[in-house]
Design a protein around this ligand. Sequence first.
Ligand SMILES: Cc1cc2nc3c(=O)[nH]c(=O)nc-3n(C[C@H](O)[C@H](O)[C@H](O)COP(=O)(O)OP(=O)(O)OC[C@H]3O[C@@H](n4cnc5c(N)ncnc54)[C@H](O)[C@@H]3O)c2cc1C
Length: 334
Amino acid sequence: MNHSGVWILAEQKGGKIRTVSFELLNRGRGLADKLGVKLSAVLMADKIAETEINELVFHGADQVYIVDNPVFANFLAEPYQKTLSWLVEKHRPEIIIAAATTSGRTVMPMVATNKIFAGLTADCTELAIDPENRDLLQTRPAIGGNILATIKTPEARPQMSTVRPKSMNPSPRDASRKGEIIRENPTETCFSSRIKFEKFVPDDSQDMPIEDSDVIVAGGRGLKKGENFAMIRHLAELLGGGVGASRDAVDQGWIEYPHQIGLSGKTVSPRIYIACGVSGAIQHLAGMQTSENIVAINKDPDAQIFRVADFGVAGDLFEFVPVLLKKIEQRKKR
Ligand SMILES: Cc1cc2nc3c(=O)[nH]c(=O)nc-3n(C[C@H](O)[C@H](O)[C@H](O)COP(=O)(O)OP(=O)(O)OC[C@H]3O[C@@H](n4cnc5c(N)ncnc54)[C@H](O)[C@@H]3O)c2cc1C
């Protein structure tokens, strides 16, 4: 089939590379090294600065294919799909990974089905290479999230996957890395779109999305009732963070859905994640296990959450959290 190389679909907004691109480069680097091939980033943008493009190299790309055109000033599915398909047909990579963001989730299936007839595994949590035949092993939750299934695409090329943002850390930056910047000029038809961009309306319904918080304090069913979330909110406020919750806490009506962390909620990766009365079910861990420091407070010393915790308090949260609040308040007064 003569396909070679690992590609990531980089994302930019307003001419700035989005962090999710560096997370993809981290994943892609591991796969490319295993296969002994180059790692390339594809970037579609409008008059993006050279310094921004270089960031992709500094974070692990050996090559960057850049297509610069005014049509990429805002996300429009058709030009993205046609341009990516054009590049794929020209260079024939063996693997393409994109983020499971609105744009990645829109473009990748269009490319896979409309143009190149490849398979696509959406929302993967893990990617690896089968040492026997170099196939991409694409792992994702299946059957309602109760099992993790590993999917292979042995026949079609390229193998295509989307991965959840924040399910991996961004690759470290190394300003001494060298790479090749390749400017591509696809046919003019690639830039046409039947959809026109009108305007961008921001969602102002939340103060700060918890995905952007450095600290998250999350409550689970161990809180016993909704009013006890006041304690979690207080702790989050003192630490300048956001409030998270398990699905069971949301299902009880104790807190709204935008706070839910996990497989069917948000994926977060803060510097500190404090889980209070959360058991650590696999579906919850899927949304927070890449956090830098995990603190778990649970009265059951065998709770699953302690398996991923960096610091654990095996005790009653109703005894521990009030003491913690008092200590932080005293410290702040000093
Ligand atoms: C398809 C699917 C998708 C799902 N998606 C999600 C998701 O996105 N997010 C999610 O969270 N779950 C999700 N779930 C549900 C998940 O399986 C668990 O049911 C859920 O995470 C459990 O929530 P919990 O930890 O709050 O409750 P429990 O499992 O009931 O745990 C409560 C914990 O609190 C502890 N506790 C009790 N009292 C105290 C106390 N006084 N002090 C300290 N600790 C105490 C207990 O020891 C226990 O470990 C999903 C399930 C499925 C099937």
